[in-house]
Design a protein around this ligand. Structure first.
Ligand SMILES: Nc1ncnc2c1ncn2[C@@H]1O[C@H](COP(=O)(O)OP(=O)(O)O)[C@@H](O)[C@H]1O
Ligand SMILES: [Mg+2]
Length: 361
């Protein structure tokens, strides 16, 4: 690679999935309200939100399994809104896998190619390839009922991947698995995406899954996308109260900004630019400091330590403020831990560089 190309900014990959004004109503329920969204080629894109917010409906509209009430779906520059799932360059892994119980692993994986009348030799070759990719070689001749949840998940993934979709749609792909297996499968999904590339769009209600897997996240609430961005951005710059508490843990302090000063209901004040308005100040537990570790120009409050839990990498400290509000601080390092005991009165605070002010109160 030449020096010039090494420093040239990398152009954004092309948009592969474009949603325009897409919505879906079920009788009186607005499952998905009109929304626009762009997913780029190569993305691992998470649609994240609580149960019932419209994730599955949105994903199924992209796949062609549900017709939209309004709007359009474009894949690779082609309007596919009126095409059925079999005519879209997308393939879907359903919640609960949807495998054929009377077929073995190999037959399940080969199914789509058989229906597409691909010739025998090519089917055998591609099935072999994909079974290796998802590490099911030893289980290829087993029946579906003889597999664990994690193994069934791999079969479902293999069955979709073998069709070489431009877009792989995954509905709660790890939802049926226990925690340990979920973490292992997250790693597997990252490896598979790394090996074969392509574009994955997955739906989850689990924020750690979205943060751990995706390079882009759209957060949904009540049929709307309320924020979209990279994982760091969503975590460190939440735009609404909902996003700040749904992704990661957050301490929220209500207050009012007036004449360039923010006054918290809890007592402290600090200077902050912006229009006069009620505001919420979001502080992550890991940004909380105790005693001398609070920067001189930071925000400080008085409180009483209610509980201390040792969690290995850090100590979780619960503090009550005089008004009754709880604040959670994650303290790392022996110096911070030595400063607190249950029942102690403490000063706790943070640097204004580490908080986030939300105006959408
Ligand atoms: N086929 C349907 N008929 C009626 N209501 C539906 C149907 N599918 C989904 N809904 C409703 O639409 C909303 C969104 O559902 P869904 O997309 O499944 O949410 P999520 O996947 O985020 O849990 C819910 O209120 C749900 O009850
Ligand atoms: Mg769902």
């Amino acid at each position: 690679m030449s020096a010039a190309s090494a420093v040239a900014p990398r152009p954004d990959p092309p948009v592969l999935v474009r949603l325009k004004g897409l919505s879906r109503r079920f009788g009186p329920v607005e499952a998905v309200r009109p929304l626009d969204l762009e997913i780029r080629a190569g993305d691992v894109f998470a649609i994240l939100g609580p149960s019932g917010c419209g994730k599955t409906t949105l994903l199924r509209m992209i796949g062609g399994f549900i017709a939209p009430t309004t709007g359009a779906v474009e894949i690779d520059g082609v309007d596919v809104t009126r095409l059925g799932p079999e005519r879209r360059p997308a393939n879907m892994v359903f919640q609960g896998f949807g495998l054929f119980p009377h077929m073995n692993v190999r037959q399940n994986v080969a199914y789509g190619l058989r229906i597409a009348k691909v010739d025998r030799a090519e089917i055998d070759e591609r099935v072999g390839e994909i079974i290796r990719l998802v590490r099911l070689e030893e289980l290829a001749d087993r029946g579906i009922n003889q597999l664990s949840g994690g193994q069934q998940q791999r079969v479902a993934l293999a069955r979709a991947l073998i069709m070489r979709p431009k877009v792989l749609l995954l509905d709660e792909p790890l939802g049926a698995l226990d925690l340990k297996l979920r973490q292992a499968m997250q790693q597997e999904l990252r490896r598979i995406h790394h090996e074969i590339g392509g574009t994955f769009v997955f739906v989850t209600h689990d924020q750690s899954e979205a943060l751990g897997l995706a390079n882009r996240i759209a957060v949904m609430e009540s049929g709307r996308i309320v924020q979209e961005g990279g994982p760091e951005e969503i975590y460190s710059e939440p735009r609404t109260r909902f996003v700040s508490t749904f992704i990661g843990e957050a301490n929220l302090f209500a207050g009012r900004r007036s004449g360039g000063t923010v006054r918290l209901d809890a007592g402290a004040s600090f200077s902050g630019e912006g229009a006069d308005a009620p505001v919420l100040v979001v502080v992550r537990p890991e940004a909380m400091r105790i005693g001398e570790q609070i920067p001189a120009d930071g925000v400080a409050l008085e409180g009483r330590v209610e509980d201390i839990v040792f969690l290995g990498a850090y100590v979780r400290c619960e503090v009550t403020l005089p008004g009754g509000d709880f604040v959670t601080a994650h303290l790392s390092g022996p110096a911070a831990r030595a400063q607190v005991g249950i029942g102690d009165s403490v000063r706790l605070g943070w640097s204004t560089a580490e908080h986030r002010i939300i105006e959408d109160v």
